[in-house]
Design a protein around this ligand. Structure first.
Ligand SMILES: [Zn+2]
Length: 204
């Protein structure tokens, strides 16, 4: 094989790696990278009930366990381990609609159009976003918070999240420590945050 052909093959390989593993998204001023299920090696789901959109709620979670992931490789491994764990509970897929890593990557879980398993009565009316890590005391990194906000904005712009959505932490819907006190304090200052534990089941 000539050096030129080897060069061409290498260029193609590198291009494909980039094309497969990186999906940059720009939403207004913000940009983030979204990794698809194929990118992180998701198993095919068996629970695929369609989500009626636009949803009126966004529910924020942390994982507590697994711990925070700081590289794309680590976060992809975390996604696979969470899917395995949730499958073992008979959930038929990873529970969350999306997850976000400390490095600022967004990871597709069930995505925008499938009902998740993350917040009991709110599952059918919300997008569940999980910030991977334990955010009871430690503050989530800025990159992670920026991506979470940009992801919500993407949902609104794409008509999947209602423009007048309400933002809640998991513990405002169910009895849990999730999303951790530190993270809950942060989201309570975000636009659309909805105080209290009241959850109105929308009429649909
Ligand atoms: Zn939660």
């Amino acid at each position: 094989m000539s050096a030129f052909i080897i060069y061409q093959v290498l260029v193609l390989l590198i291009f494909n790696m980039y094309a497969v593993n990186s999906h940059p998204k720009r939403i207004g001023e913000e940009s983030y990278v979204l990794y698809s299920r194929d990118d992180w090696g998701a198993k095919p789901p068996t629970d695929v009930e369609p989500l009626k959109t636009p949803v009126p709620y966004v529910v924020i979670h942390h994982t507590y366990i697994p711990e925070a992931c700081n590289t794309t490789e680590q976060c992809m491994a975390t996604m696979r381990s969470m899917q395995n764990y949730h499958n073992s509970l008979d959930w038929g897929d990873i529970g969350y609609n999306f997850c976000v890593g400390s490095e600022g990557g967004a990871y597709e879980g069930r995505g925008w159009h499938t009902i998740g398993i993350h917040a009991g009565p709110a599952n059918s009316f919300s997008i569940g976003i999980c910030l991977i890590g334990d955010w009871r005391v430690e503050q989530p990194p800025e990159e992670m918070l920026k991506t979470t906000k940009a992801l919500i904005k993407t949902g609104v712009v794409n008509g999947v999240i209602s423009p007048d959505y309400k933002l809640k932490g998991h513990s405002q819907i169910m009895s849990t420590e999730c999303p951790g006190t530190a993270l809950q304090n942060i989201i309570s200052k975000w636009d659309h945050f909805s105080e209290g534990t009241k959850f109105n089941k929308p009429q649909i």
